[in-house]
Design a binder for this molecule. Structure first.
Ligand SMILES: Cc1cc2nc3c(=O)[nH]c(=O)nc-3n(C[C@H](O)[C@H](O)[C@H](O)COP(=O)(O)OP(=O)(O)OC[C@H]3O[C@@H](n4cnc5c(N)ncnc54)[C@H](O)[C@@H]3O)c2cc1C
Length: 382
């Protein structure tokens, strides 16, 4: 079987591009300045079917697949990386986890409101002292006769402090290390749970990020996702999906930086000609051109493998690593091509430069992706 985009994919690209231009772009710069998250915009994205790509019809999904999701994510991120994030929070994190590991009741309860954006989602792995080394987390849930009592905290969680529902990874048996982590669906308005905003971010100003504090939060028995102790495996499977979405956002940024730079290089004149006539600018643009196209193909391949029902961990790590680095390089080059205007918030490349850095960190840093890729190369992972 060969991979090719369908007419349906192209239609989805047009639809997402149109949405980004009409609904996000007009207020983008002001929203960024005000650090404004607009819940109503997530709802509008839901109404377009953006979060319905993966789930079957019986949960309100359209099941058009991961390639379609990546295409639409790229289009939104090319206008605003902040507004690319809801794809992960509403769809890529929780929905595939519940489809693969959840009970029928959990799927029916949680998937439809996420698709419709009636509830805003989040996923929480990271803690203040536990990032790349997931198993070093401290938060824990202790079993009681009615369910579980959750204590601890999570840090750098996208969608906090506005989340309604989340999948949270905590220890249920620390002695067992990786095999002692479990996954829970948590009501983010539960008693004892506090969401706090982190206001000190470099970028992604329209996408809230925050901290969660759990103080004796009571979780019902049916909040456990999958088997007790299966949380690490569930988390890694979830990251295959969230990393893919992050890679698609990075492609959007790399492409946007390229497009803006081409336009500027055809307008800005120095030494009696447009700067695009200077060979060094052509070289910069050539690298940006090749890299964002190559990144996109890596993303499509990883998404396509998933759509065939196959595991894509290696391909996702390659896509995530390459597209994140390509986005940062593209943003860096774009700022240079724009000169002092690249240093100004008057043009979007300054925002892309700040936002792109997030891709080298989130969903596993570039070093962690290289570690995974290297381990596959050596046969340590299979
Ligand atoms: C904007 C934003 C949104 C986020 N959203 C979420 C979210 O929704 N949910 C969530 O759970 N988390 C989220 N995170 C957290 C993110 O996933 C972590 O920051 C990331 O996994 C890295 O962890 P760390 O920051 O603790 O870095 P550390 O793990 O402390 O790493 C520090 C440095 O050491 C390097 N390093 C660490 N271990 C190794 C190794 N073995 N080999 C080589 N180098 C290594 C890293 O690459 C990095 O350069 C978000 C972060 C940001 C910035």
């Amino acid at each position: 079987m060969e991979f090719a985009l369908t007419a349906e994919h192209e239609e989805m690209r047009r639809m997402a591009r149109n949405f980004a231009e009409k609904r996000i772009a007009p207020t983008m710069e002001e929203d960024e300045k005000e650090h404004r998250f607009r819940a109503e915009l997530v709802k509008e994205m839901a109404d377009q079917g953006f979060f319905a790509c993966i789930a079957p019809e019986k949960y309100g999904g359209l099941e058009v697949g991961h390639v379609a999701a990546c295409i639409m994510t790229e289009e939104i991120a090319a206008v605003s990386p902040s507004w690319g994030l809801p794809f992960n929070l509403q769809m890529n994190a929780i929905q595939p986890v519940l489809l693969a590991f959840g009970t029928e009741e959990q799927r029916e309860k949680h998937i439809p409101p996420l698709i419709a954006a009636e509830k805003l989602g989040c996923f929480a792995i990271t803690e203040a002292n536990s990032g790349s080394d997931v198993a070093s987390m401290k938060s824990q849930a202790v079993e009681t006769k009615d369910g579980w009592i959750l204590n601890g905290s999570k840090m750098w969680i996208s969608g906090v402090p506005v989340a309604d529902t989340g999948i949270i990874f905590v220890y249920t048996d620390r002695e067992k290390k990786h095999r002692g982590i479990s996954a829970f669906m948590v009501d983010m308005h539960a008693e004892g749970l506090e969401q706090r905003a982190i206001e000190t971010k470099l970028g992604l100003h329209c996408a809230p990020t925050g901290e969660i504090i759990f103080q004796d939060v009571k979780l019902p028995k049916d909040s456990l996702v999958g088997e007790q102790g299966a949380g690490f495996k569930i988390c890694m499977s979830m990251l295959d999906n969230t990393r893919l979405s992050s890679a698609a956002r990075a492609v959007g940024v790399a492409r946007a930086c390229f497009d803006h730079s081409v336009r500027y290089a055809n307008e800005r004149e120095q030494f009696g000609t447009v700067i695009g006539q200077h060979q060094m600018i052509q070289q910069q643009l050539a690298d940006m051109y090749v890299e964002h196209e190559a990144a996109r193909l890596l993303v499509y391949r990883a998404a396509w493998i998933k759509d065939q029902g196959q595991r894509n961990t290696l391909e996702v790590s390659m896509a995530k690593y390459f597209s994140s680095e390509a986005a940062v390089r593209a943003a860096n080059e774009a700022v240079k091509i724009f000169g002092s205007y690249g240093f100004s918030s008057e043009y979007p490349v300054e925002r892309f430069y700040r936002d792109a850095k997030s891709y080298q960190i989130v969903e596993g840093t570039s070093n962690i992706q290289r570690m995974i890729i290297g381990q596959y190369a050596l046969g340590i992972r299979k």
